[in-house]
Ligand binder design. Structure first.
Ligand code: AMP
Length: 215
């Protein structure tokens, strides 16, 4: 199963990708996570990407395409993968087509999570993750069962992304509408796009995704 999750920041791509990893046993390929790791490890890519990411702009296509191409060759991608946050430009979408063709692979589905713009700011500005296991939480929608303790691993340390603030979100949203939303037309025209309502409960949306994957 090879699929792309599309949608603006805060649409729930990461949340749904993590649940799909559990259900389908295929990896989540999040370019945002890969870039954050590169920044944390202060690699050459990380040094180039940091300021761009902090400002909410897009990292260059060349950098991101190279990261994804390399990642797709890993053994754990043999049975499929979930692309989360890639492609984000038409240039990346074309590069992906070429990468997949070169590797003899084909996409199965492109799923758009549709969310009201007004909901995005609230979703993004309240979210945080466990610093140890990465489990996602939200100030309003998903608090840990015991205050300050991760449900999954028991850690008491949490972190928030530096770019999850109202001001940077505006730049990220602008980048989405300008650079990424044309991909909806691109994949629709290719007959690969399915759009689903991303405003419901997490489990409900997972159910809708499963229906698409079974179709
Ligand atoms: P995300 O975790 O998907 O919200 O990505 C966080 C940030 O990483 C974005 O705001 C961009 O600066 C950068 N980024 C992630 N994926 C890409 C991509 N496919 N192309 C360009 N920049 C990206």
């Amino acid at each position: 199963m090879k699929l792309i999750l599309l949608g603006p920041p805060g649409a729930g791509k990461g949340t749904q990708a993590k649940l799909l990893v559990e259900r389908k046993s295929i990896p989540q390929l999040s370019t945002g996570d890969m870039l954050r790791e590169a920044v944390a490890n202060q690699t050459e890519v990380g040094k180039k990407a940091k300021a761009v990411m902090d400002a909410g702009n897009l990292v260059s296509d060349d950098i991101v395409n190279a990261i994804v191409s390399e990642r797709l060759d890993a053994d754990d991608c043999a049975n499929g993968f979930i692309l989360d946050g890639f492609p984000r430009t038409l240039e990346q979408a074309s590069a992906l087509e070429k990468m997949l063709a070169d590797k003899g692979l084909q996409l199965d589905h492109v799923i758009e999570l549709k969310v009201d713009d007004e909901a995005l700011v609230e979703r993004i500005s309240g979210r945080y993750t466990c610093a140890k296991c990465g489990e996602g939480y939200h100030d309003k929608f998903k608090k840990p069962e015991t205050d300050g303790v991760c449900d999954k691993c028991g850690s008491t340390e949490f972190k928030r992304r530096p770019d999850d603030n109202a001001e940077t979100l505006r730049t990220r949203l602008m980048a989405y509408y300008k650079e990424t939303s044309p991909l909806l037309g691109f994949y629709f025209a290719k007959g690969q796009l399915t759009s689903i309502d991303g405003m419901g409960e997490i489990a409900e949306i997972s159910g809708e995704i499963d229906k698409v994957l079974e179709s």
